[in-house]
Design a binder for this molecule. Structure first.
Ligand code: HEC
Ligand code: HEC
Ligand code: HEC
Ligand code: HEC
Length: 427
């Protein structure tokens, strides 16, 4: 995360604007279409132009942006580094670049029979890992009378839709039923993973421009909408993982579902403080509930009582997991509430709520409810985005840099210093 915060210091993000219909689709890795390979998309007359073009509806330099600036391009190469070799050796899984568990996130690891002639696993997280196998849309998507919905029917994944986009990114940046960066993998040296849909979309960086052509066919709601749907989707996916993976034999449940910093900090640091949020006793291991806590701020602004439900259900889940109680019931209750919040989000207008959202998060921080590192990093990414949305990020850049500096070293994170820096908001 340190690297990310260094980059976020002084960065400004991209702006989107309003909403469209939602389609539901299988993730590219598991859908039926053949993946024909990045080389097929990369030609100079298709997506391999060096400069963005104005005359066509897409920039046509997507390949160049991806290959020169996007870390997904090197995701497979990462598996060849000494760091990855070391992880794989410690895990006893053979070569990292041949291990399914690594390739599932570091490449477009579709089944062998779904790999076309020009497909190369070495291309890492390539175009079709996000946009879906091009077998059927490859020819139709360049027809003069083709349109976006025809492409979707021909296998294009709806990356423009926030929920589907979130599910796609989170499949690798959080994990899903099929793949996860477990604590075994973390213990062998894998970096901790965190994600926020809007911020990471801006950092990728984007290889598209939301212009009139784009708006005519694709979802183009605000950054706040994207962020909020990213949070609720991540919370749902986290719950599904808890449901799936908590009870998996052995003495301990899947440890990566818990807040890393609950266990990993120095014993001489007396960090524990009572929290309204989880009501856990000292010495308890907390689930990583960062997305839920951020969602609480969103629900507070919704003002329909869902914050009350979320608060009590989250507390019940924490206690049930801690006491080996019946957490299936809490998961069911929370899932229903998240569904409600998600549906409500579709009709929410956040355009005048940026300030209220910021205030809710700062209030929560000062009250001691948003002070776990994993929550703090979500809160500051959100506040950064909201200031940008209001067009006042510049005015707050010094303050933001101060907050980021308290978050740069997660191993020596001081909640007090972080709270202090948050208190100085607007000063
Ligand atoms: C198939 C798995 C996969 C999918 C899908 C995926 N990513 Fe990634 N992403 C990765 C991997 C693996 C890395 C690390 C690459 C490396 O450095 O080796 C990464 C890195 C990144 C980084 C760089 C992070 C850093 O610390 O510099 C950003 C930003 C990012 N992804 C954003 C996204 C967004 C936004 C989406 C969804 C639109 C997405 N990713 C979808 C696997 C994936
Ligand atoms: C659930 C998906 C997932 C799995 C499984 C996974 N990774 Fe990763 N890995 C990621 C993501 C996402 C990142 C980027 C994190 C970030 O920077 O935000 C990453 C980052 C890394 C990095 C650091 C890259 C850098 O230079 O910053 C290494 C090394 C790595 N992974 C190796 C492995 C190895 C080896 C395996 C198999 C044992 C593996 N990964 C399995 C998703 C995954
Ligand atoms: C990590 C995921 C990811 C990867 C990898 C990726 N894209 Fe995208 N791409 C997106 C997202 C997200 C959008 C924006 C939403 C949309 O337009 O559907 C997008 C948009 C696009 C667009 C639409 C531009 C417009 O104006 O409508 C094109 C064309 C495109 N990508 C081509 C490519 C090509 C070619 C590659 C490979 C060289 C690639 N993408 C790799 C996620 C990805
Ligand atoms: C329930 C407590 C607990 C949680 C939560 C936890 N860990 Fe661990 N972690 C451990 C223990 C115990 C070890 C083994 C320490 C040892 O072997 O000395 C360990 C080992 C590690 C190591 C290897 C350290 C070494 O000395 O080689 C890393 C890296 C690591 N964890 C990362 C993480 C990350 C990232 C997370 C969050 C996704 C996390 N841990 C969550 C308890 C935890």
């Amino acid at each position: 995360m340190r690297k990310l915060f260094v980059r976020l210091i002084g960065y400004g993000s991209v702006l989107f604007a309003s909403a469209m219909a939602v389609a539901s689709t299988e993730l590219p890795q598991y859908a039926q279409d053949e993946h024909i390979g990045v080389a097929t998309c990369a030609s100079g007359v298709c997506h391999g132009s060096v400069r963005g073009r104005d005359a066509t509806s897409v920039l046509q330099n997507e390949y160049v942006v991806w290959s020169r600036m996007d870390r997904h391009r090197i995701a497979y190469q990462t598996l060849l580094t000494p760091e990855s070799k070391n992880i794989a050796t410690k895990l006893g899984i053979g070569k990292a670049h041949e291990a399914k568990i690594c390739l599932d996130c570091h490449a477009d690891n579709v089944a062998i029979e779904k790999r076309g002639e020009k497909f190369q696993i070495e291309d890492g997280v390539g175009c079709e890992a996000c946009h879906g196998g091009a077998q059927r849309y490859i020819s139709s998507h360049v027809d003069v009378d083709s349109n976006h919905s025809a492409n979707l029917s021909a296998g294009l994944y709806p990356t423009d839709q926030p929920k589907e986009r979130a599910e796609l990114c989170l499949s690798c940046h959080l994990g899903n039923g099929e793949k996860m960066a477990t604590h075994d993998i973390m213990g062998a040296g894998h970096p901790r993973i965190s994600f926020e849909l809007d911020t990471f979309g801006a950092l990728q960086p984007p290889h598209y421009v939301v212009d009139d052509d784009y708006k005519a066919e694709k979802w183009h709601g605000s950054q706040i909408d994207l962020w909020a749907i990213g949070q609720v989707t991540a919370a749902k996916q986290t719950l599904a993982l808890i449901d799936d993976r908590l009870e998996q034999g052995g003495l301990f449940p899947e440890i990566a579902l818990f807040d890393c910093h609950a266990c990993h900090h120095s014993m001489s640091e007396k960090r524990w403080v009572a929290s309204e949020r989880s009501a856990l006793p000292p010495g308890a291991v907390r689930l990583n509930d960062a997305n839920f806590v951020i969602l609480l701020a969103i629900a507070e602004v919704m003002a329909d009582g869902s914050d009350v439900a979320l608060t009590s259900e989250l507390k019940t889940l924490h206690l049930a997991v801690n006491n080996n109680g019946n957490y299936s019931a809490s998961i069911a209750a929370l899932t229903a509430t998240l569904e409600k919040v998600h549906n409500k989000l579709a009709s929410m207008d956040f355009s005048n709520s940026a300030e209220e959202l910021i205030e809710a998060m700062i209030r929560g921080t000062i009250a001691g409810n948003l002070t776990d590192y994993v929550v703090a990093e979500q809160a500051i990414m959100a506040i950064d985005m909201l200031l940008e949305y209001r067009g006042v990020r510049e005015d707050y850049s010094q303050w933001l840099d101060q907050v980021y500096s308290t978050l740069q070293d997660e191993d020596n994170f001081s909640p007090e210093a972080y709270i202090d820096s948050m208190r100085r908001f607007g000063a």
